[in-house]
Write a protein of this length. Structure first.
Lengths: 81, 137, 137, 81
């Protein structure tokens, strides 16, 4: 198993009610699988929200295999400016 | 040269400078908080950032902008935390030889910032409610 | 609203303003004198105007710009007389709801100004010679 | 005959060596004819320079009949900004 930290911002934070999750996942879990899991936890509140993935503070392709200790964020549309 | 900062609290504007010899164009953009957000009256926005990643992405974007356009300097401050209506949340200064490249760089920089720098807005409504502002550009 | 002034002597910049409620974009352009004019080193430019007509044309252009683009305010100061290298000869501030119309208005306003407002530059060379600067945009 | 004042700026001023000319012209003289006269006075120094015409501080079409007392300017390419 691997441990990952999921950082939650904006709509994700609002939907999950927390700014951070600590999760234990099977070895080989991908960001796409974790995305699915997060959306399930949000109970429909993230339906239709596009989420980009960052691992260790860098945008990564959708299907990235996670490592133990990774910091993952599902980034809803950004709104700076 | 690039200067980028994400600041919690009010922004110090980059000062004018009369001592440059080859910069014919100084362009300043201040993005300010409007009293209406998606049709609702607000008293402030609260900006949330992905600590660390936001500044890294913003710095990288500023450097990319300086490579893509023949500008001399790009300075950018982005405010985080509560920003009241009327106040500046984004301050950008671009120095270039001619205005054309400065204007093009400004347009591209802000448009990319709004696509990739992990910063979000929460609307603070008149009754004090705090909700994520939907993304509409 | 439009404010236009042609000034002999240094320009007072229009101040920032945190009290606006529907202006999400404040755009400032400062056109500054570069040390090189058509390949020759200069110490200053001397701006000459057609007294009366220059301010009339500039005001009319500012009003046209406010009609053509959905901006709220356009403020413009143009300096006349000797302007040393590095100093601001043209100062424009545009306030608008969103940045897009402000940037478009700025581009159009300056480009039209350079076509029709009767103001000319004389280059003051390092040896003190004063010659009309050829027109190249 | 009519009296007109010709204001000279930039290259025109430089070519003619004066900032103002007072001229006496025949009734019916047009700006195009005056343009030709000014270019002759400049002795080749305005060849190739495009000049727009303003009468009484307003841009006018090339062929405008002048009136007594008019203020005329032949405006070389402007250089504000």
């Amino acid at each position: 198993m691997i441990q990952v930290k999921v950082k939650c911002f904006s709509q994700v934070k609002y939907a999950l009610g927390t700014h951070e999750l600590a999760l234990e996942l099977e070895i080989g879990t991908t960001t796409a699988e974790l995305d699915k899991l997060i959306r399930e936890k949000a109970d429909g509140k993230l339906d239709g929200v596009s989420l980009r993935v960052a691992v260790n503070q860098k945008y990564v392709p959708e299907e990235t295999v996670l490592d133990d200790g990774d910091e993952v964020a599902f980034i809803p549309p950004v709104q700076g400016g | 040269m690039v200067k980028v900062e994400i600041v919690n609290g009010s922004i110090d504007f980059f000062p004018p400078d009369d001592n440059r010899r080859q910069d014919g164009a100084e362009l300043v953009f201040n993005g300010r908080v409007r009293a209406t957000e998606h049709g609702e009256n607000i008293i402030a926005l609260e900006y949330e950032q992905y600590d660390g990643m936001a500044e890294t992405e913003l710095t990288q974007l500023a450097n990319e902008t300086c490579k893509k356009f023949p500008i001399h300097d790009l300075f950018c401050n982005h405010r985080i935390g509560k920003v009241s209506v009327g106040e500046t949340s984004l301050h950008v200064v671009i120095w270039s030889k001619h205005r054309k490249e400065g204007l093009e760089a400004m347009i591209w920089f802000i448009s990319e910032l709004k696509k990739r720098v992990p910063i979000w807005k929460w609307a603070i409504l008149e009754d004090g409610t705090r909700i994520p502002s939907e993304c509409k550009h």
